[in-house]
Design a protein around this ligand. Structure first.
Ligand code: ATP
Ligand code: MG
Length: 446
């Protein structure tokens, strides 16, 4: 993409309505525009990152054997009356009527609808296990929408639902989700710590939240600092193996890590040596639940079991805050000049800055870099505007592309361009082919 032809409405001033850094940077970098409280338009660069995050979620769901569907945003109230949640959900549910006076709602989650799909089409235990998921817009009429996309009213969420014959099988599904979530977040350059949590309106016994540590997080968290040394890395896990998933779950959840609702000060002191005790703040980027037969009992979702008898299925649900993740990633990865995108989610792979637009040699060198990156399957963002170098650097730093190549007549005379790492600020002068090769090699791992 050439910046002169792109739509990147960066703001010079700090927007006064933004209280936290991620919100401020998303507005300044022209990623989102607020339309109503907690409701945003996604401008091109914000939308691009949203899609990257969404793709990672899809890829990791597919790897775990989960199957994508899409359910409607507007749902009829009747299914929610069957489960009892039409009344229970309260004011967070946005309700409306259609022209026939039928009660409708904007989906805040979708346990009821997916259970309805299941009961209509699945009748035998032989069709299990089954996990269906979607990535879809949700609406919750939050009392205090704030912090930009972190607590919106309309937000984009991955919600998945497992159906299993036995509790044991459903707990394997739970563990499998925990493993796939660890992988998902790490690919986004995040460390999300699974913490035992409170189940809230979804109900159920077993639940973990995934929290990213950040000063602006809304949850208070208590943990053993040894959890932050854990990394999923590039291990290959067989998602069908009960033992392998169980082993990962134990490794990542055996150390003390709790949100405030489930924190037990005495247990914290007993289990964690003093020098490893930490109290901090965290952003919830996902949650997994096992809730047994709560919805299948209420809605008659049974299958014929091996003994021929109707058996209610065991279920769980699992959510990832796809749009919230943009804010969480920025909270975890920025400096005073702007965003620092992790390679896995960056909107463009590399920025090209032409120090002397209009200079025949500099323009030709930039064009050939641009073509070379495209040929290698990478997306460059070429700042080809007739602007001062300082302004170009400030824009690149603000939008946070991990790698930048600076091209100017002086370097070209010596046959070099400058390759700069956004995270460390380190630069090196290299012949253009070597700079390309280095960037291509870095992205081969992402
Ligand atoms: P919270 O406690 O932050 O209100 P929740 O526990 O009600 O969230 P879940 O039902 O677990 O949310 O939804 C799954 C994920 O969706 C959450 O982990 C979070 O990342 C995201 N999410 C929930 N509410 C919002 C919101 N208002 N805006 C953006 N993302 C949200
Ligand atoms: Mg939650």
């Amino acid at each position: 993409m050439r910046l002169s032809r792109y739509f990147l409405p960066v703001l010079k001033e700090n927007p006064s309505e933004a209280q936290i850094v991620s919100h401020r940077l998303m507005l300044r970098a022209g990623m989102i525009k607020q339309q109503s409280a907690g409701i945003y338009s996604w401008l091109p660069m914000g939308f691009k990152v949203l899609r990257k995050i969404e793709n990672i979620v899809h890829e990791e769901q597919a790897r775990a054997g989960h199957i994508a569907i899409q359910m409607p945003i507007l749902q009829g109230a009747d299914l929610w009356r069957e489960s009892g949640r039409y009344d229970d959900y309260g004011q967070e549910m946005l309700r409306m009527q259609d022209r026939h006076g039928r009660d409708m709602l904007y989906t805040p989650t979708a346990e009821e609808m997916v259970t309805d799909i299941f009961r209509s089409h699945v009748s035998s235990y032989k069709d299990l296990p089954l996990t269906l998921y979607q990535i879809q817009w949700k609406f919750r009429d939050e009392i205090r929408p704030r912090f930009g996309v972190m607590r919106g009213r309309e937000f984009y969420m991955k919600d998945g639902y497992n159906f299993d014959l036995t509790k044991e099988d459903a707990l394997h599904a739970y563990n499998r989700h925990l493993v796939s979530y660890l992988r998902t977040y790490e690919r986004m350059g995040l460390q999300a710590i699974p913490m035992r949590a409170d189940s809230g309106p979804i109900g159920g016994d077993d639940t973990h939240e995934f929290l990213v540590l950040a000063d602006t997080g809304e949850s208070e968290v208590f943990y053993d600092s040894a959890v932050t040394d854990l990394s999923f890395g590039d291990r290959q896990i067989d998602y069908d193996s009960v033992e392998e998933c169980q082993a990962v779950l134990e490794e990542f959840t055996s150390k003390y890590a709790r949100t405030d609702e489930t924190h037990d000060e005495a247990a914290f002191h007993e289990r964690v040596p003093e020098d490893r005790r930490r109290v901090a703040r965290g952003i919830e980027v996902g949650q997994i639940f096992y809730f047994g037969t709560k919805y299948s009992d209420a809605m008659g979702a049974t299958v014929q079991g091996p003994d021929g008898k109707p058996t209610p299925v065991h279920m769980g649900s699992h959510g990832i805050g796809v749009s919230r993740l943009l804010g969480a990633i920025i909270e975890a990865s920025h400096d005073d000049k702007g965003i620092i995108w992790p390679e896995g989610v960056t909107p463009f792979h590399v920025g090209i800055v032409n120090l002397k637009q209009g200079d025949g040699e500099a323009d030709a060198a930039c064009d050939s870099l641009y073509k070379a990156f495209e040929a290698a399957g990478l997306e460059p963002l070429y700042d080809d505007r007739k602007e001062r170098a300082g302004g170009k650097f400030a824009t690149m730093d603000l939008i946070g592309l991990p790698w930048r190549i600076t091209v100017g007549p002086r370097g070209l005379k010596n046959g070099v361009v400058e390759l700069t790492c956004r995270r460390t600020g380190e630069s090196e002068e290299l012949p253009p082919e070597q700079a390309i090769a280095k960037v291509v090699e870095i992205y081969a791992k992402h």
